[in-house]
Ligand binder design. Structure first.
Ligand SMILES: NC(=O)c1ccc[n+]([C@@H]2O[C@H](COP(=O)([O-])OP(=O)(O)OC[C@H]3O[C@@H](n4cnc5c(N)ncnc54)[C@H](O)[C@@H]3O)[C@@H](O)[C@H]2O)c1
Length: 360
């Protein structure tokens, strides 16, 4: 493989991501099976018999996870944690997550709290988790309808990235991962956006281009998280598309995959930017066709206005006197911008995105 590894510096040491051809063998080579406890997305378990057979044959403990936003909730985590402990999970063991971003968030969160923190290993299987969420240390779970309201910083000790898992993802799940890759390319520079835009059609058919784009996305993200691991400063720009995106997810009752809600959220943020700063119009025009292409095949869903406003106004970046949004600056780059609490952004953005959804 062309890319071997990526090392990420964190406040409590360095962790590494390796590009590998057989992720489960790599995990089993890390430690004795009796020290490993696998938590596997049930879809992966049935789609990849070699994975399930190998884990069973190893003798390591395992449990299956149904990957849904509901499973990522506080109540469900308590039930899962209880099962993990009933299976005699001990302090000296490591958790191993095999699945997408939801499995990652669940296992990372559990690993951060059980016995005041245990190590964990991650095998990301969705494009979104391979190209974006697997690095950065964040674990997030939902509290009621509040998306990602609870969480910790607890990175895996190793990440094994195996591209073959991408072969069984649906077209929409691939687009969801591309949504997060578009995000970090736009944040990085206009040049990197132009590069991914040029390669957009080839991503699905050309594995070399996909691999290079995943690597670039992780490399750009690494540059940001190493400067601001705890999300207090420049990392906040990674919320580009997410303030509107989270509100869209909640108001559609999670019927839109995360990275597609982010795609819609970025286009909405760009539109709002044009209302505030006319110099951003050329960048709205530049990004819009690619973002729209990435929404191809999106199912028609109803976005409840009430739920959308509630989610947008309770965003954790807001303060009592200001609403914070990541919008485009005059150079077309996303930046954190403060708006007065009585701004028209909630209603303007709702009208815009409902129109966009109708046109999809
Ligand atoms: N912790 C972080 O830093 C971070 C960053 C971004 C997103 N997230 C979270 O990640 C979640 C979205 O991630 P996701 O899109 O990977 O979600 P996911 O884990 O739900 O995966 C998406 C769907 O694809 C299935 N799947 C996974 N791998 C597959 C494969 N190889 N073949 C076939 N199906 C497969 C899953 O079962 C699920 O149905 C959201 O909850 C989001 O909030 C977390």
């Amino acid at each position: 493989m062309k890319f071997q590894e990526l090392k990420i510096k964190a406040s409590d040491g360095e962790y590494k991501l390796e590009f590998v051809d057989n992720a489960i063998e790599c995990v089993l080579a890390c430690d004795k099976p009796e020290n490993l406890f696998f938590l596997v997305d049930e879809k992966i378990w049935s789609l990849y018999p070699d994975v399930s057979n190998r884990i069973e044959k190893s003798g390591a403990e395992y449990l299956l996870i149904h990957a849904s936003e509901a499973a990522k909730s506080y109540g469900e985590i308590e039930i899962l944690l209880d099962k993990v402990l009933e299976h005699s999970f001990k302090r000296g063991q490591k958790l191993v997550a095999v699945g997408g971003g939801i499995t990652q968030d669940i296992v990372g969160f559990i690993a951060s709290i059980v016995y005041r923190g245990v190590p964990w290993i991650f095998v990301p299987t969705s494009l979104l988790s391979q190209a974006d969420s697997c690095i950065g240390s964040k674990t997030s779970i939902n509290l009621g309808r509040r998306k990602n309201a609870l969480g910790t910083f607890h990175h895996p000790e190793s990440i094994y990235l195996d591209l073959r898992f991408l072969g069984t993802l649906s077209a929409l799940e691939i687009q969801s991962g591309i949504g997060e890759m578009l995000k970090v390319h736009i944040i990085n520079s206009i040049e990197s956006f132009n590069e991914i835009a040029q390669n957009y059609e080839l991503l699905r058919s050309n594995q070399d281009i996909m691999l290079q784009t995943i690597f670039n996305s992780l490399f750009f993200k690494k540059g940001i998280i190493q400067q601001d691991e705890k999300d207090t400063n420049i990392r906040l720009v990674m919320n580009y598309g997410h303030t509107f995106g989270h509100a869209i997810e909640v108001a559609s009752q999670f019927r839109i995959p995360h990275g597609l809600a982010v795609t819609l959220g970025m286009d909405t943020a760009n539109y709002i930017s044009t209302l505030i700063n006319s110099k951003t119009v050329e960048y709205y025009d530049l990004y819009h066709p690619v973002l729209m292409a990435n929404l191809n095949g999106l199912p028609q869903v109803h976005i409840s206005k009430e739920d959308y406003f509630m989610a947008l106004l309770s965003d954790k970046k807001n303060t009592p006197t200001e609403r914070n949004f990541v919008l485009l600056n005059s150079n077309g780059l996303p930046t954190l911008q403060s708006m007065p609490v009585d701004s028209m952004i909630p209603s303007d953005s709702y009208e815009y995105l409902v129109g966009i959804l109708k046109s999809c």
